[in-house]
Design a protein around this ligand. Structure first.
Ligand code: MSP
Length: 558
């Protein structure tokens, strides 16, 4: 038996709850060159907002960054269409449920395209092949002895699609209606008392294994604040999970196989999407990309991804994700975005107004992994004006004016020479440029792209100071060969800063960064992460010339 299968069966046995362990899944470790990023799938009860856009872009940046390191990548995206929340929203709108879902699902599909997402496999949970996959997954859990029927009482939040215990709810006045009621403490959403017969998943038996899994690697849940939160939940103890609702209440979902009186819990259904997109159930075939390397989720859905999902996978004998990346949320005017408060930004409008790459840059630079970011039109404009136009494009324009006569053909050799022979006037910038790639990489590897890009822009600021102090526009007037040689060195440092920053910006602003690299004649084969190294540019043989147009790359915004 393969080690992976043995381990997973051991998990099942340790849980002490195996009735019939007839289904075994033999999965070999996947090819390490394959990299699988998942987006959460979006509820289709309303249109996308800027927070959704952030999740999408962050996942895309992670995928593109992996691609730049030579990985073969895959990304999943989609819409979460079953459950009470959607069923009730369609009823309220007096609409046929599926066409209601289709309408909103299409908006989320449009968002992928509008955000310039690099090729995501888009899944709808109403897709027949997904529904079959969910039924199969359920049967595997039953066969392996992890599902039983039982009485369940608790507080249910339709908005969160989650049960809460007595300790997780509080009584208070709802400010929007002035009425007293019960609310989930964690999410602030209203809850209703439910007492019914449900199918349950033996989650409690996985508690120790989950703790071991999380403690086994610092990174499996990132950032640390979320990791600690999950460990605290687990240490406090977990109950078994109710995984079905009576179909008299919930019709809109996947029926429990063999028992039409019950509908599978929407979160089990939704989580399985991450396997369906890679062809689950695999039968005798090996999955191509599963398990995910990074699962991007918002901080509000950590419990589902870091507790329920890995436990379900252990129970089904499937490998666990490598990393759950839980990002913080976007607020507006420092308040939680909400339609009733009217502080929700429309990503389509924002793209139209600022340009896609400016918006992507702003979100990645200002958006937090651990800390919430505040969305503000003024801040988007500041990032555009100061960073993209003021530091990046401005530096590119300053060193590429025709009258300075840059000689790019000599830059490969010059880059080498400068690593041996360093002028005292270049020491600071040289050191910054040399250190930048590794420093940025250590942050990028943790998906801290905003902080990594902050370092790149610090270096660009220094490069702008360097060109001002070293005055290439004066050097070019001299006929002294030494001054002419110095001119090329000064220009090299500016262009090297633009080159390194642009390569680092490729995952975040792919269109504009590529145009900048076109402008400074960096061959398309030299735009991988390995090329982001001091003196490693302009290696491709053949004549190289600056292209015009850099001045209009980030035009003035009103
Ligand atoms: N359908 C579930 C996810 C199922 S995944 C198997 C869901 N959908 S959602 O539409 O409510 O949220 C989708 C994602 O958007 C979540 O990761 C959520 O955290 C994120 N965001 C929702 N509001 C957000 C902000 N204000 N800011 C940043 N991200 C936000 O949950």
């Amino acid at each position: 038996m393969h080690a992976c299968t043995r381990f997973l069966n051991y998990v099942a046995l340790r849980a002490g709850q195996v009735r019939r362990l007839s289904v075994t899944t033999t999965l070999r470790e996947k090819d390490t060159n394959k990299y699988f990023v998942t987006q959460p799938i979006f509820y289709v009860n309303s249109v996308p907002h800027i927070g959704h856009f952030y999740t999408v872009v962050l996942a895309d940046v992670i995928k593109r960054y992996a691609g730049m390191q030579g990985k073969s990548t895959k990304m999943s995206a989609g819409t979460d269409e079953h459950g009470l929340k959607i069923q009730q929203a369609a009823e309220r709108a007096n609409r046929d449920t599926l066409s209601f879902c289709t309408q909103y699902s299409n908006r989320f599909r449009d968002l992928q395209a509008a955000a310039n997402v690099d090729n995501a496999d888009f899944i709808r949970t109403t897709d027949p092949h997904h529904r079959q996959a969910v039924a199969h997954f359920w049967n595997v859990l039953v066969d392996r002895g992890f599902i039983y029927k039982g009485e369940h009482s608790g507080w249910y939040s339709v908005s969160d699609e989650a049960f809460y215990t007595e300790l997780q709810v509080e009584e208070r006045v709802d400010p929007s209606t002035d009425k007293r009621g019960m609310f989930a403490i964690e999410s602030g959403q209203p809850v209703e008392w439910v007492s019914e017969v449900n199918y349950k998943f033996k989650l409690s038996g996985f508690r120790d294994r989950l703790i071991e899994w999380i403690e086994g690697s610092q990174d499996v849940i990132y950032p640390e604040i979320r990791r600690n939160e999950v460990l605290a939940w687990l240490r406090a103890g977990v109950d078994d999970l109710s995984v079905s609702r009576p179909s008299s209440r919930l019709k809109w979902g996947v029926p429990v196989p063999g028992d039409d009186e019950h509908t599978i819990y929407v979160w089990v259904d939704a989580l399985v999407n991450y396997a369906t997109v890679d062809g689950y159930p695999w039968g005798d075939n090996k999955p191509s990309f599963f398990p995910p390397d990074v699962q991007v989720v918002g901080k509000d859905i950590v419990r589902f991804h870091a507790v329920y999902w890995p436990a379900l996978l252990m129970a089904a004998g499937l490998p666990l994700p490598k990393r759950i990346l839980a990002h913080a949320h976007w607020t507006m005017g420092s308040q939680k975005m909400s339609k009733s408060k009217g502080n929700v930004a429309d990503p389509f409008e924002a793209i139209e107004r600022y340009g896609l790459d400016t918006l992507r840059y702003f979100m990645i630079r200002n958006g937090g992994i651990a800390d919430d970011g505040d969305y503000s039109a003024d801040e988007v404009l500041v990032r555009h004006r100061k960073d993209l136009a003021g530091q990046l494009a401005n530096l590119a324009a300053r060193c590429s004016s025709e009258r300075l006569g840059v000689k790019l053909d000599g830059f490969a050799a010059l880059g080498q020479a400068l690593q041996r022979d360093l002028d005292s006037r270049d020491i600071t910038l040289h050191a910054l440029l040399t250190e930048l790639p590794d420093k940025a990489k250590s942050l990028f590897d943790k998906s801290e792209f905003g902080r990594g890009l902050g370092l790149a822009f610090d270096v660009l600021a220094e490069a702008n100071r360097h060109i001002t102090e070293n005055e290439p526009w004066t050097l070019v007037k001299s006929s002294d060969p030494q001054q002419q040689a110095r001119l090329q060195v000064v220009l090299f440092y500016s262009l090297e800063a633009v080159r390194l920053a642009s390569i680092m910006l490729l995952p975040t602003i792919p269109e504009k960064a590529n145009r900048l690299l076109d402008h400074i004649a960096v061959d398309t084969s030299e735009r991988q992460w390995v090329n982001a190294r001091f003196g490693a540019g302009w290696q491709t043989p053949g004549p190289k010339q600056l292209l015009p147009g850099v001045a209009t790359l980030f035009p003035k915004l009103a």
